[in-house]
Design a protein around this ligand. Structure first.
Ligand code: FMN
Length: 351
């Protein structure tokens, strides 16, 4: 309530990109100070029964993760466990540093509970981020996944350059042994070449290329959510063939018509939509994937989680873990602890 009544109205007065940078800056400072970590943990840290899960050999203290795009450069690994996250996905990381798309890169659609995301994979590039994560100094049990995408610039304007770009990042991360798992983001709607690797032909080429890099960690694919089930299934069959551990379902919604107040959306294409309009699209694909493939894939459910009930819907649909980002911005950092409490309750024998 304190966040929604007092802090959010103040934060939402400011430009969303400024607020994002501001939050990351303070998150990093608070994360480096033991008293600040202690204070934040005492307010927003989960203290209930054991809700840990081991998935693909990784032990998650809590099954709620920060989704890719908020901590693009891997600067928040010390503060996020204090607000109950069991892990996060850093990135998406690209082979070269990238300034992202022309501004505005972020727009709030408040009554739609959504953000128009036109960041365009802004990040410091694999070398700097890998170095930062390799020097990470933390005793917290916290899983760090690395999301990998292709650099968003004119040098990556065709598939061949895109393949080389993904390959370079994946190779460096593996060689430096950075991160606990890797996600290949094939579905960013906001890059120079568009969503090029979410077709069967290009996905096959990409996974063939990446299979030349020795990797001993779990690997996932970040899926688009605007495909028909038939097209989605074609991608899943390829992912299955290449032995990937699972899928993250999914990325941003590209259809502006699907929000409650489409008149609030930009008139021209200005990036994908996060938040509420992703909720049902992702739930449906999670359900169908679980029904069609049983336990074959680990499923990480993402999109439109604004309450503990929303998270439970994703778990019931078949998700092993959930991720969120927009819910934290709209509802505040207390949301993660509330989800953990509700999840613990859902596991209790009497429920
Ligand atoms: C500001 C912002 C930046 C994002 N950047 C990325 C990204 O770099 N890579 C990625 O895989 N997803 C990115 N996403 C998508 C989210 O990870 C997530 O899939 C999507 O927002 C749906 O979840 P939500 O409704 O909880 O926000 C971004 C989302 C937001 C809001």
């Amino acid at each position: 309530m304190f966040y929604k009544r007092i802090l959010r109205p103040i934060f939402f007065q400011f430009n969303p990109e400024f607020m994002h940078d501001f939050m990351v800056f303070f998150g990093q400072i608070f994360g480096s100070l033991a008293p600040a970590r202690w204070l934040i943990k005492s307010v927003w840290g989960y203290r209930g029964p054991d809700i840990s899960k081991t998935i693909d050999g990784l032990h998650f203290e809590r099954p709620v993760l920060l989704s890719a795009g908020f901590d693009c450069n891997g600067e928040l690994t010390r503060i996020l466990p204090c607000i109950s996250f069991g892990g996060e996905e850093v990135g998406s990381v690209t082979a070269r540093p990238c300034q992202g798309n022309p501004k505005p890169q972020l727009t709030r659609l408040i009554r739609n509970k959504s953000l128009v995301v036109y960041k365009g994979l802004k990040n410091q590039g694999v070398v700097q981020i890998a170095e930062r994560l390799a020097n990470r100094n933390s005793r917290e049990k916290f899983i760090v996944g690395i999301s990998i995408a292709q650099t968003n610039d004119e040098r990556v304007s065709d598939a061949e350059a895109g393949l080389a770009d993904y390959h370079a990042t994946f190779k460096i991360m593996n060689e430096l042994n950075v991160g606990d798992y890797y996600t290949i983001n094939i579905s960013c709607p906001n890059t120079f070449g568009g969503e090029t690797f979410a077709t069967p032909e290009l996905l096959t080429r990409l996974l063939t290329k990446l299979s030349t890099v020795p990797c001993r960690k779990p690997r996932y694919i970040k899926m688009p959510i605007n495909l028909s089930w038939d097209d989605f299934k074609k991608l899943l069959d390829i992912i299955d063939r290449f032995g990937y551990n699972g899928v993250i379902i999914g990325n941003l919604n590209k259809k502006y018509s699907l929000i409650d107040f489409p008149e609030d959306a930009p008139k021209e294409w200005r990036g994908g939509l996060s938040g509420k309009s992703c909720f049902e699209l992702s739930n449906e694909l999670i359900r169908k994937t679980r029904a069609a493939y049983g336990k074959r894939f680990t499923i990480i459910g993402v999109g439109g989680i604004f309450s503990p009930e929303d998270a439970l819907v994703k778990f019931r649909a078949g998700a092993d873990l959930v991720q969120l980002v927009t819910g934290m911005i709209f509802e505040g950092p207390g949301l993660i602890k509330r989800i953990c409490n509700a999840y613990a309750k859902s596991l209790a024998p009497s429920s």
